[in-house]
Every structure is written in structure tokens, then in C-alpha cells.
Design a protein around this ligand. Structure first.
Ligand SMILES: Cc1ncc(COP(=O)(O)O)c(C=O)c1O
Length: 350
């Protein structure tokens, strides 16, 4: 089954926070939810409790819809806000632009306008030039600014940066969408509440990530703008993202949002990234290329060393030409993983 080379990749890796397993408390919550029959499709006590948790964190009139995965959350959240003649402005490096196989374009019909950035973060200055042709029928009409928090480059928007983007968006009739696959890592990094970088910053639609922070699967599409949520239950079903056994996603979110498990997991992953970056920065042949603000480390590694390192600790090459690699940490990365990997790097690049 599958690609044999994939099956023989080493077990511990810095490839992705998706490569980690499930946090034991999340697993326990799933097992506890595995108790007899409940009504399917979300009309159950686990879902009611999970939605309540979301509202405690994000505000009481928050609309929450659970879905299977992050791509599904992004494309349906964007669909709720757009028509096919609209455009979605995002960073060139955004997951929606490069890692969703064209699904956002297919499902929304919108053109994505990818903007080149140094660090994965959009600013008002990036967006202004794209609004020159508003109202001109020959051009797509920008409707949404989509940002990732934390970004695909491991950087994090500060609340004031988010507020600047949101108020610019709203002043120009646009909406702010946030791909929060790593929202927990961002909030932990800034040491703020989840709502400080979402609702309170002016975000309209949020994909709230679970899988990268200790869940087995499941994400949430969250609306702070009530109107956008009105027909979303139909959009979710039509988009094949309505989970029948929803209680198992709900139970996971309830566990994650209880007793700050979400924050503890993210803080740990972030701390491991800091430790990794600091150790790599001390090796003369290695250059860390991005600020390490969440759980990703980007580094230039001598080309000949990459395959040797990948044999022991798998990770992905981010930029082949530059020999830049991406190293992701997760809630279960250990200090031993870091010290073993770093000593391997030291030996390999010599
Ligand atoms: C920034 C970002 N958004 C969204 C996703 C969601 O992806 P998936 O559809 O695999 O859950 C990912 C996964 O890697 C991601 O890195």
C-alpha cells in the first residue's frame, strides 16, 4: 500500500506538526465520547459543550461549524464571503495559494492574488496597489484579505498589525479571513488570549486549527460576522464537510479548549522551535532565515548535507535553489529530539 519510500521514512521528524500523534487528553476525550448512541451531525451534548467552550474563548455570539480538515475550513469559509467574480488577496506563500491544489479557486470561483512578502505577512502597503481597479468590470473585485496566523514562514502577526489590516479591509468593503491552522501557536507566542488576535482584532472569518496542536483531525470555521454564517450550514454540507459523527471532533475541541491544553501544547512546540533555532544558529555552516515566532524554523543547510540528515530526521526542503529547509516542531517534540538532531547536523555539515 502506498509509496514504500514514504513508509520507511524515520519515525521522529521535523517534517510537519501533522506528523505528531494525538495528545493523550484528546484521545481520552474521544474514548469518553465513545459511549452509546447520540444524534448524528452535531445535535449532541459534546457538540453543544464544545461550541460553548469556543464562545467562552471567542465571545458569546460566535458562530462555530466543525469540519474535517483545514483545506475544507479555508475554502468553505472563503466561499461564504465571496462570489466568483471576487478576488482573495493573500501572501504568495499562503497555504490557500500553494498547498490546496487549487481548491480555493475551484470551490469559490475566485482568483487568488498572491503577494510577494519577505516573511509571509501582509501589510496594508501590499494591498493598496491591488485596489486600483475596483468597480472596473474587466477585473476581478478584491473582496477578502486572507492571512495565516501563524504564517507559513513561522512568523506571527501582532494584534496591532491585525487591527491595521482589519480596519483597512473594512474601510474598503473587504473582509478579513484568517487561516488559523496554527492560531494556538500564535496566541501562545504573543502570550495573549485567542480573542485578542481574532475577534478583538477585527477578523471576520477564522479557520481554527486543531490537528496541528494535538487533535487527531478536525478544524472549525468560525464567524464573527453573523451575516456570513447565515447559510453556512448548507455550504458545509454541499462542500462535503459535515461530519456525521461530529461528537468525536467536538470532544477533541472540548479537551483542547479546557484547562488551557491548547496553550500548553502550543507553548511547548514554540519553545522547542526556539531551542532548535538557537542551537542551529550556533553552527557556522547554517543560517536561520526567518524570525522564529511560532513552531517553524527555516534554515539554509549545505545542499550535500540535506539528504543525509533527512535519512535520520525527515523534513521538507522549502526552497531547492537556496537549499532552505523547513523544520517544524510539535506538542510532542522532545529536548532529546533537538539535541540528537543538532549533534547530527554538526557532524554532517563538517
Ligand atoms: C497554514 C495551513 N493552513 C491550512 C492547513 C490545512 O491543511 P489540511 O487540509 O491538510 O488539514 C495547513 C496544513 O498543513 C497549513 O499549514
Amino acid at each position: 500500500m502506498g509509496d514504500v519510500s514514504m513508509q520507511t521514512k524515520p519515525r521522529r521528524s521535523f517534517a510537519s506538526d501533522n506528523n505528531a500523534g494525538v495528545h493523550p487528553s484528546v484521545m481520552e476525550a474521544m474514548a469518553a465520547a465513545n459511549d452509546g448512541h447520540v444524534i448524528a451531525y452535531g445535535d449532541d451534548v459534546y457538540t453543544a459543550r464544545a461550541v460553548k467552550k469556543f464562545r467562552e474563548h471567542l465571545g458569546k455570539d460566535t458562530q462555530v461549524f466543525f469540519v474535517f480538515g483545514g483545506t475544507g475550513a479555508n475554502i468553505l469559509g472563503l466561499k461564504a464571503a465571496t462570489q466568483p467574480h471576487h478576488a482573495v488577496i493573500c501572501a504568495e506563500t499562503a497555504h490557500i495559494n500553494v498547498d490546496e491544489c487549487g481548491a480555493p479557486e475551484k470551490f469559490t470561483g475566485c482568483k487568488l492574488l498572491g503577494v510577494r512578502t519577505d516573511d509571509g505577512k501582509l501589510t496594508v502597503e501590499h494591498i493598496k496597489p491591488l485596489l486600483h481597479e475596483v468597480g472596473f468590470e474587466h477585473h476581478v473585485q478584491p473582496r477578502v484579505i486572507s492571512i495565516s496566523q501563524a504564517t507559513e514562514m513561522g512568523t506571527v502577526y501582532k494584534p496591532r498589525e491585525l487591527k491595521a489590516l482589519a480596519s483597512f479591509a473594512h474601510d474598503h468593503g473587504l473582509l478579513l479571513h484568517m487561516d488559523g491552522a496554527r492560531i494556538a501557536n500564535a496566541a501562545a507566542s504573543l502570550d495573549v488570549k485567542l480573542r485578542a488576535i481574532t475577534r478583538d482584532a477585527g477578523v471576520d472569518i477564522l479557520s481554527f486549527g486543531g490537528a496541528k496542536n494535538g487533535m487527531m483531525y478536525g478544524e472549525a470555521v468560525v464567524f464573527f460576522n453573523q451575516k456570513l454564517a447565515e447559510d453556512f450550514k448548507y455550504t458545509r454540507k454541499q462542500g462535503a464537510q459535515l461530519p456525521s459523527k461530529m461528537r468525536f471532533i467536538s470532544a477533541q475541541f472540548e479537551a483542547l479548549l479546557t484547562d488551557d491544553l491548547w496553550r500548553r501544547n502550543a507553548q511547548h512546540a514554540n519553545r522547542m522551535a526556539q531551542m532548535l533555532a538557537a542551537a542551529l544558529a550556533g553552527i557556522p555552516q547554517i543560517t536561520v532565515t526567518q524570525k522564529v515566532e511560532a513552531n517553524g524554523v527555516f534554515a539554509l543547510v549545505p545542499k550535500r548535507s540535506v539528504p543525509l540528515l533527512q535519512k535520520k530526521y525527515f523534513f521538507y526542503i522549502w526552497n531547492e535553489e537556496k537549499s532552505e529547509v523547513r523544520l517544524m516542531t510539535s506538542f510532542d517534540t522532545t529536548e532529546g529530539d533537538i539535541t540528537n538532531f543538532v549533534s547530527l547536523v554538526k557532524k554532517t555539515v563538517r
